[in-house]
Design a protein. Structure first.
Length: 180
């Protein structure tokens, strides 16, 4: 999650794209219904000379689907199981890290993961919700692996909302990324 965004914008913004109808009511948190649609992005591939240890590749298409939701309902809207969407990502590998950077950094999460072999793990947060209808702390993780040819990857993203009461809500997503 970007430090310039509140946890609520991540909770309500990015996953709004995952709805088949693309409209979630936000009235419970003081907002109005929104319809968000992804903007097509040009596909660009940058290559680095073999001696450079950093590789940047634009043009990864990442499909993300909600696979589980558990915990108490509260005033933020989270996607339902089965909601799905896609976003173009830039994948940047440098040494023992790999970053997943969306073309739309406001509605989709960025992650910088530690990579070992083909597997990677990233953690964002926890961040405080700020002035919302209720206070909570949000964190997220992304764990996955690249294919042997580095042209695809699969991952699991988990959001964790910890309310001041101690109750926890989790939302789990499957990621499937392929190089264009």
């Amino acid at each position: 999650m970007s430090s310039s965004r509140t946890a609520s914008s991540v909770a309500t913004g990015r996953r709004l794209l995952l709805s088949a109808s693309l409209a979630f009511p936000l009235a419970a948190c003081g907002g109005s219904p929104q319809i968000l649609t992804p903007t097509p992005q040009p596909v660009v591939t940058q290559t680095q000379p073999p001696s450079v240890t950093s590789t940047t590749t634009l043009g990864w298409i990442v499909s993300i689907q909600t696979t589980a939701v558990s915990g108490p309902a509260f005033c933020i809207v989270t996607p339902s199981v089965g909601n799905a969407g896609q976003e173009d990502y830039e994948v940047v590998r440098h040494g023992d890290t790999v970053s997943f950077v969306p073309q739309d950094p406001y509605d989709w999460d960025s992650f910088t993961a530690t990579i070992s072999g083909s597997t990677f793990t990233a953690t964002n947060g926890p961040l405080d919700s700020g002035p919302m209808c209720t206070h909570y702390r949000q964190s997220s993780t992304l764990t996955g692996a690249f294919s042997a040819d580095n042209n695809s990857f699969t991952a699991v993203e988990t959001w964790r909302f910890t309310l001041d009461s101690g109750d926890v809500k989790t939302v789990t997503f499957s990621w499937s990324g392929t190089r264009r």
